[in-house]
Write a protein that binds this ligand. Structure first.
Ligand code: SF4
Length: 121
């Protein structure tokens, strides 16, 4: 479970004997500050950090699993599956309105690219 506030990327949550999709994550060993916003971060600094995290996610073999987890769990903070917290809020808002838009190019890797189930967007 991620702590509130400064946190770790998903892969950092793995505990011994807990083999799961996060062990294959591209963010393993990467500083959590790439994926989670420090207090007061805004503007270009935030945009640059988020873009760096998204580039890591793009090559992640478990992107679909990570994204599905974050959406299902309602993860409130950080970059998960190439989506920012704003991306996830917008997605949830669209779903509540009955809109199912296709993924934008930066989220284009299908969930099945990892070992996850497909998500309806
Ligand atoms: S999709 Fe991104 S945040 Fe999720 S496990 Fe992969 S690298 Fe980490």
């Amino acid at each position: 479970m991620l702590p509130v506030g400064p946190a770790s990327p998903p892969a950092a949550e793995i505990t011994p004997g807990d083999r799961d999709w996060r062990e294959d994550a591209a963010c393993r060993g990467i500083e959590s500050s790439v994926f989670f916003s420090p207090d007061g971060e805004r503007g270009q600094a935030r945009a640059r950090r988020e873009e760096r995290a998204r580039r890591i996610c793009e090559d992640c073999p478990v992107l679909g699993r990570c994204r599905d987890h974050a959406l299902a769990a309602g993860e409130p903070y950080g970059i998960w599956g190439g989506m920012t917290e704003t991306d996830r809020r917008r997605h949830a808002h669209r779903l509540r309105r009955g809109e199912h838009r296709p993924l934008t190019p930066r989220h284009a890797r299908p969930a099945s690219a990892g070992t996850g189930d497909a998500t309806s967007w």
